[in-house]
Write a protein that binds this ligand. Structure first.
Ligand code: NAD
Ligand code: IMJ
Length: 254
């Protein structure tokens, strides 16, 4: 069988451990023949990501904290001379207390932090990567239903995801003429490190699994296969969009 990403090089940001959605995406991209470049947030995650790189055919692994302009500039510099065909942005962060107390209590600093890491970083990554995408390509970010619906405790992250999805549209409009497509995948709830410890997360999984049209939860491999589609030539007509991979949950009303 021919591979959908043969001859393509993909930069993947946001692997922390084997549960990360970005790791599932890296596995699917590798299965489809892509050459990978991985980044990790900082020293704390270096070992973990380097270990996982071993399962992915030892790709290049670089440090990139998206709040640091130097790291992003370094990333562009160290990849210069090579061509990039796909970029996966799978990064979010907010202060835990802002995901636990009423949204109205969100501090200025907490609001700005969530925006910086979870939304602005997509713009910064796009700016760093676009010059390397000389043959066009695809940028993909991960979002969640809380961008357009009020979901308990998602709070400041919902606002950041709304800004992220709007950023996808502006980036798609500007980068389209260069053959670069920009899309978001809105995944259903998955028990990753970013979900663990969220109050009542198991209950959320249960309710979503009972009410989604497919009557089950989302498998990270399904999110990864959608990313393969968007990064491949099969997705050539799709840009500026939010694709839901959530067993259909988002279509449901009461
Ligand atoms: P995860 O914790 O494995 O991934 C989050 C990643 O963000 C980590 O790798 C972390 O290192 C990285 N990160 C945080 N701050 C960073 C910084 N300053 N610089 C660089 N990297 C930084 O959890 P995940 O669930 O795989 O999350 C990945 C994406 O998927 C996020 O955008 C999340 O909002 C989104 N998402 C998750 C779910 C879910 O239920 N798990 C559902 C929909 C969307
Ligand atoms: C996160 C918070 C509240 C409800 C939530 C989530 N639901 C889901 C998530 C229902 C599915 C996971 N998600 C989609 C995220 O985007 C998570 C982002 C996140 C998680 C944490 C936890 C640890 C921490 N900061 C975080 N920042 C962002 O300290």
């Amino acid at each position: 069988m021919s591979q959908l990403l043969e001859g393509k090089t993909a930069l993947i940001l946001g692997i922390a451990n084997k549960w990360s959605l970005a790791f599932a995406i890296a596995q699917a991209f590798r299965r489809e023949g892509a050459k990978l470049i991985l980044t990790y947030q900082g020293e704390r995650l270096k070992r973990s990501v380097e270990d996982l790189a071993g399962e992915l055919g030892e790709p290049r692994v670089l440090e990139c904290d998206v709040t640091k302009d130097d790291d992003l500039a370094q990333l562009t510099e160290s990849l210069e001379g090579g061509r990039l065909d796909a970029v996966v942005h799978s990064i979010a962060f907010a202060n835990r207390e802002d995901l636990e107390r009423p949204f109205v209590e969100t501090s200025r600093a907490g609001y700005l932090l969530a925006q910086e890491v979870s939304s602005y970083s997509m713009v910064a990554v796009a700016r760093a990567a676009a010059p390397l995408m000389t043959g066009g390509g695809a940028m993909i970010t991960l979002t969640y239903l809380g961008s357009t619906r009020v979901l308990t405790n998602y709070n400041v992250m919902g606002v950041a995801k709304a800004a992220l999805e709007a950023s996808v549209r502006y980036l798609a409009s500007e980068l389209g003429p260069r053959g670069i497509r920009v899309n978001a995948i809105s995944a259903g709830p998955v028990k990753t490190a970013s979900a663990r410890g969220i109050r009542d997360f198991s209950k959320i999984l249960q309710v979503v699994g009972e009410h989604a049209p497919l009557r089950r939860n989302t498998d990270p491999a399904e999110v990864a296969d959608a990313a393969v589609f968007l990064a491949s030539d099969l997705g050539r007509g799709v840009t500026g969009d939010v694709m839901f991979v959530d067993a259909g949950f988002h279509i449901m009303g009461l």
